[in-house]
Design a binder for this molecule. Structure first.
Ligand code: ZN
Ligand code: ZN
Length: 242
């Protein structure tokens, strides 16, 4: 496996080192460019106020997001100057179409400093989060999601697998252990960090136990859609870390 391409190399901790990892990072957040409630500037100020060391703004992109992408990059470049927190220009890409494909343009790949990959819906013809025609067998949904999540891990420019299992667990309950292990192993083999997500960890204790057992690298994302949610991942995690 080729090493991942990074503009800013990040030394993610291994899952087994989580307990001793105490650096304040939040690598998943959104702004008013798409569906967040606060501007780039407000998000950065909040990250700084909360004492973060590293903060990434990872706006949802699609190829059609080129309308605002340049403005977004410019805005972060300007607003991050002279701050106590290091701020990265990031993006959250969607798995679409066949396994391994995501929806972003050349220019986005050129500008981004951190990319998180996610699965937000089944097949491309249905809206976000919905099950097509109201029905999809558990087996098919599981296969769909695992194939695409592994595909995201094998993408050379995706650094973090965002909110793994979220879509499946929302509709079908707990992700089976075998598949969860398969996912974490793909993360480990490809040096893709598995995200601990402040919003979407439905079965955190079990998730963490298996994660530490398979031991891929991990990342931390609040998925903050407003300034006061920044760093929330730690609030949820500190009670359950073994
Ligand atoms: Zn997402
Ligand atoms: Zn997100």
């Amino acid at each position: 496996m080729e090493p991942k391409h990074f503009q800013h190399k990040i030394e993610f901790p291994k899952a087994s080192d989580l307990k001793s990892f105490n650096r304040p990072w939040d690598l998943h957040s959104h702004t008013t460019f798409v569906d967040g409630k606060n501007s780039v500037s407000e998000m950065i100020s909040s990250a700084e106020k909360r004492g973060l060391e590293l903060f990434a703004i990872t706006e949802h992109v699609r190829s059609s997001a080129m309308k605002w992408w340049r403005e977004y990059v410019k805005e972060i470049r300007e607003r991050r100057q002279n701050r106590k927190v290091e701020v990265l220009i990031g993006m959250e890409v969607n798995a679409i179409g066949e396994v391994g494909r995501v929806d972003a343009t050349e220019e986005m790949w050129h500008d981004t400093e951190l990319t998180i990959g996610a699965i937000h819906g089944y097949y491309d013809d249905v809206s976000w989060e919905k099950i097509p025609n109201g029905s999809l067998s558990r087996e098919k949904a599981l296969m769909y999601e695992i194939d695409r999540a592994v595909g995201l891990c094998y993408h050379p420019q995706i650094h973090i697998l965002a909110h793994p299992c979220w879509l499946f667990e929302m509709h079908y309950g707990e992700m089976p252990e075998n598949e969860l292990r398969m996912l974490f192993r793909a993360g480990r083999e490809t040096n893709t960090a598995i995200e601990l997500n402040g919003y979407y960890l439905k079965y955190p204790k079990r998730f963490l136990k298996i994660l530490q057992d398979e031991n891929p690298m991990v990342s931390f994302g609040s998925n903050a859609h407003s300034a006061n949610e920044i760093n929330n991942v730690w609030i949820h995690l500190k009670d359950i870390l073994p």
